[in-house]
Write a protein that binds this ligand. Structure first.
Ligand code: KIV
Length: 274
């Protein structure tokens, strides 16, 4: 199943317009995190649509308990590493905790991630409280990815990494916030750890692509933490992830199998629902 760019037709660079077209044409978006040049190159070769330089690097790269300690300097460094070898994959960089408290802060952080790191889009967590910042960023030509559901930067406020949106009222807030982010100019949304039915409602409620993690198969795309799907995260693998190394003879093949499984709606399966 493994097919790299070296073996097949060169693909076109993925852009914001590509993502919008994929949603319109019901082609699933395959997103993965990466934090360095070597893995970025493997993602590009396996035709991953979007590479997310997630602040999950706090856990994955630094061995921290959460994403909270991650700094803008660290995000810029890893974004630069990824962008050096991302090829035709589109690169989104996370704005870390407390780096976008005001529209001005958000603009400075986005400027660093894009100018120094080379990111093509920035991601921020939260809904209603972020609208003003999303409006400002998009008015300045900064592409924005929203992030709803489980917000890892708010882990201490949420009382742990818990499924969000189980209650009707909370689910409605998430749907409303997705629409608000779209209206504010966000180009794409990540939705994390919510019931599959809620993720489907969110996906159907907005015209921008919705990429899920622990959110069922009906989102417009899927994202996983690379080390989780390679089965090398210490401890228990999250329920919503799958070890793609199980039937692969190389990391490249595992990543390619992930892309095919997302595109073919084989991943996530019902057992991955939270
Ligand atoms: O930081 C990250 O890797 C993320 C994904 C889990 C979506 O935000």
């Amino acid at each position: 199943m493994y097919s790299s760019n070296e073996q097949s037709q060169p693909r076109k660079p993925v852009t914001v317009a590509t993502m919008a077209k994929m949603k319109r044409e019901a082609e699933k978006i395959a997103m993965l995190t990466a934090y360095d040049a070597s893995f970025a190159a493997l993602c590009d070769m396996a035709a991953v649509d979007i590479i997310l330089v997630g602040d999950s690097l706090g856990m994955v790269m630094q061995g921290q308990d959460s994403t909270i300690p991650v700094t803008v300097d660290e995000m810029v460094y890893h974004t630069k590493c990824v962008c050096s070898r991302a090829g035709d994959s589109f690169v989104i960089a996370d704005m870390p905790f407390m780096s976008y408290n005001t529209a001005e802060d958000a603009a400075w952080t986005a400027a660093r991630l894009m100018k120094e790191g080379g990111a093509q889009m920035v991601k921020l967590e939260g809904g209603e409280g972020q609208i003003e910042k999303v409006e400002f960023l998009t008015s300045q030509g900064v592409p924005v990815c929203g992030h709803l559901g489980l917000l890892p930067q708010s882990v201490h406020k949420l009382g742990g990494y818990k499924v969000q949106g189980r209650e009707d009222a909370q689910a409605q807030v998430i749907i409303n916030e997705a629409k608000m982010l779209e209206d504010a100019g966000a180009d794409i949304l990540v939705i994390e750890c919510v019931p599959a039915e809620l993720a489907k409602s969110v996906t159907d409620s907005v015209s921008i692509p919705v990429v899920g993690i622990g959110a069922g198969v009906d989102c417009d795309g899927q994202v996983l933490v690379l080390q989780d799907m390679l089965g090398i995260t210490p401890g228990k693998r999250p329920k919503f992830s799958r070890n793609f190394m199980e039937y692969a003879s190389s990391i490249g093949e595992a990543i390619s199998n992930y892309v095919q499984a997302v595109k073919g709606r084989e991943f996530p399966a019902p057992e991955h629902n939270v």
